[in-house]
Design a protein around this ligand. Structure first.
Ligand SMILES: NC(=O)c1ccc[n+]([C@@H]2O[C@H](COP(=O)([O-])OP(=O)(O)OC[C@H]3O[C@@H](n4cnc5c(N)ncnc54)[C@H](O)[C@@H]3O)[C@@H](O)[C@H]2O)c1
Length: 320
């Protein structure tokens, strides 16, 4: 098949492209490199089945493909709050254009939505029929409400024009190629521990999160795309950890002497987040297989090798 991945140079998109290329598909990666990097996909450069297009999805695009994985959107608060109006445009205009494309060329369309559509949830764990508790005017709204509109657009294109859609609600995902400066808790803790600086815990660390390793997530996305179930479907790891437990696990993995610092909680930070994955188990026969310890080890190895490259480069620059 010929498959378009928007946001393919990003963290999840590049792992998805690896799987699609390994399966022998023709892959077109579209990215504006806001948070994505060529280094995530450069191992496919020169392969005749791979094409890279620098394109901003807030502008229309014409292509012929069989499937569209629509992932383009900055995913971490530091990046989506950098230019909130652009984030809304990416979610609304970008999704509109991609759905328009899917309609025109009769392609199957998968939206990478998010657990953030549940906001600060009053229901725990979150099932897909929970409608959420989102602040429409807060600093996270450009992302949360943007994704909610993206879901609405997908379902309206489906009802009104018969577009073949799939909607995944992705919960916290981590793994190699995450940006070390994305402000997300796993990347923060891992880079702090590797650099020997204290681990920053916001609040008292009792807020909970669930963490899904990226290869599990990509497997879930592909099962959703290639099955009959439209969704929305939660994809995440239901194992719940407090932020303090995560900090301690990373301390143990990287540096048992690392200190922990406590700072005030940011606005609208959800207190609890855990997916109910019954739908994914039932309709996709999917559940995560990589536990936190194993996933963190692979993530730490990747961060460590990137930090070493950075160090070497800065040494070379200072010597020359
Ligand atoms: N990582 C997670 O924990 C998580 C959780 C929930 C949902 N998601 C969703 O999954 C998708 C991928 O997330 P990620 O973690 O890989 O983030 P990421 O920031 O690494 O990837 C997003 C990619 O989209 C590109 N992009 C952003 N705006 C664009 C635009 N206007 N035009 C073209 N390209 C653009 C970026 O350059 C980047 O390569 C996002 O839609 C995100 O909302 C991720």
């Amino acid at each position: 098949m010929r498959i378009l991945v928007t946001g393919g140079a990003g963290f999840i998109g590049s792992h998805l492209i690896d799987r699609l290329m390994q399966a022998g598909h023709d892959v077109i990666c579209v990215d504006n490199f806001f948070t994505g990097h060529k280094r995530n996909i450069q191992h496919w450069f020169g392969n005749p089945n791979f094409e890279l297009l620098r394109h901003d999805i807030t502008e229309p695009l014409k292509l012929e493909v069989d499937q569209i994985y629509h992932l383009a959107c900055p995913a971490s608060p530091v990046h989506y709050q950098y230019n909130p109006v652009k984030t809304i445009k990416t979610n609304v205009m970008g999704t509109l254009y991609m759905l328009g494309l899917a309609k025109r060329i009769n392609a199957r369309f998968l939206l990478a939505s998010t657990s953030e559509v549940y906001g600060d949830p009053e229901v725990h764990p979150q099932t897909e029929d929970y409608r959420g508790n989102v602040n429409p005017i807060g600093i996270r709204s450009c992302y949360d409400e943007g994704k909610r509109v993206a879901e609405t657009l997908a379902f309206d294109y489906h009802r009104q024009s018969g577009v073949d859609i799939r909607v995944a609600r992705i919960f916290n995902t981590y793994g190699p190629r995450m940006l070390e400066n994305d402000g997300r808790v796993v990347s923060n803790f891992v880079s702090q521990a590797l650099k020997g600086t204290p681990l920053t815990v916001y609040g008292d660390g009792s807020q909970t999160r669930s963490f899904c390793y990226v290869s599990d997530l990509v497997e879930g996305l592909m099962r959703l795309m290639n099955g009959d179930f439209i969704g929305p479907v939660n994809l995440g790891n239901p194992d719940e950890y407090t932020i303090l437990q995560l900090a301690q696990t990373i301390q143990k993995t990287v540096n048992p002497d690392a200190e922990v610092n406590f700072e005030p909680l940011p606005q609208d930070d959800p207190k609890r987040r855990k997916p109910d994955i019954t739908r994914a188990q039932t309709h996709l026969n999917w559940e995560p297989t990589i536990n936190l310890q194993a996933g963190l080890q692979k993530t730490v190895d990747d961060f460590r090798s990137r930090l070493q490259v950075e160090k070497r480069l800065s040494l070379e620059t200072s010597v020359s």
